[in-house]
Write a protein that binds this ligand. Structure first.
Ligand code: ADP
Length: 193
């Protein structure tokens, strides 16, 4: 089924911290003319602006824990509700079974089906190497070694199960996330409808 690039399209980008979601999300949003919604970026912007949500999220993010589902879902819902048609690339959402159920409900309410879930797979040694490089370059407050370890644990416990959830729906594409940015994005382009 060829995508017309004008109708509804909803692509999820999943993967552990350091898998390259943010980088691939930016590229993919460009090539497929999708609006990129990154819950991590949205939260960091709330923190920077000192909004109510930012004040609630700041300490949680610094510890590498997940911001409560109700806050995240409300944030995404207000963005999706304003989109007509819904053409979106979701980066870092959903991250829990509750968020996945809420997304299903939001899409159903708008009469839109999920296009694809892309899971980036990267070996753990490489994840750690990338994140320590990023810590040195960008100084993100949640990239210190112990917090990275916690984010990986949180990913394994809360987010990894979603990969099976989308697999059972026949929407999952597992992508080898090792290699250059262009190699990985070419693999993603190949599998998307
Ligand atoms: P990474 O995938 O490398 O952990 P993100 O930028 O996606 O980076 O997320 C950074 C932090 O923001 C997470 O550790 C978490 O605290 C918070 N966050 C982002 N997205 C969500 C979400 N969907 N649900 C709960 N917390 C989130």
């Amino acid at each position: 089924m060829a995508s017309e690039r004008t109708g509804a399209e909803v692509v999820l980008l999943m993967g552990p911290p350091g898998a390259g979601k943010g980088t691939q999300a930016a590229k993919l949003a460009g090539t497929r003319a999708l609006r990129k919604l990154s819950t991590g970026d949205m939260l960091r912007s709330h923190v920077a602006k000192g909004t109510d949500l930012g004040r609630k999220a700041e300490g949680i993010m610094r510890a590498g824990e997940l911001v409560p589902d109700d806050l995240i879902i409300a944030m995404v819902e207000s963005e999706l509700a304003a989109m007509k048609p819904v053409r979106v690339l979701l980066d870092g959402f959903p991250r829990t079974p509750g968020q996945a159920a809420a997304l299903d409900e939001l899409l159903r309410a708008q009469g839109v089906a999920l296009t694809a879930a892309v899971a980036l797979e990267v070996e753990e040694d490489e994840l750690v190497r990338r994140l320590s490089g990023r810590a040195a370059e960008e100084g993100r407050s949640d990239d210190s070694e112990d917090v990275v370890r916690n984010r990986m644990d949180v990913y394994r416990r809360q987010t990894q199960p979603l990969i099976d959830y989308y697999g059972e729906q026949g929407k999952l594409h597992r992508i080898d996330g090792m290699g250059s940015v262009d190699e990985v994005s070419a693999r993603i382009d190949e599998v998307l409808p």
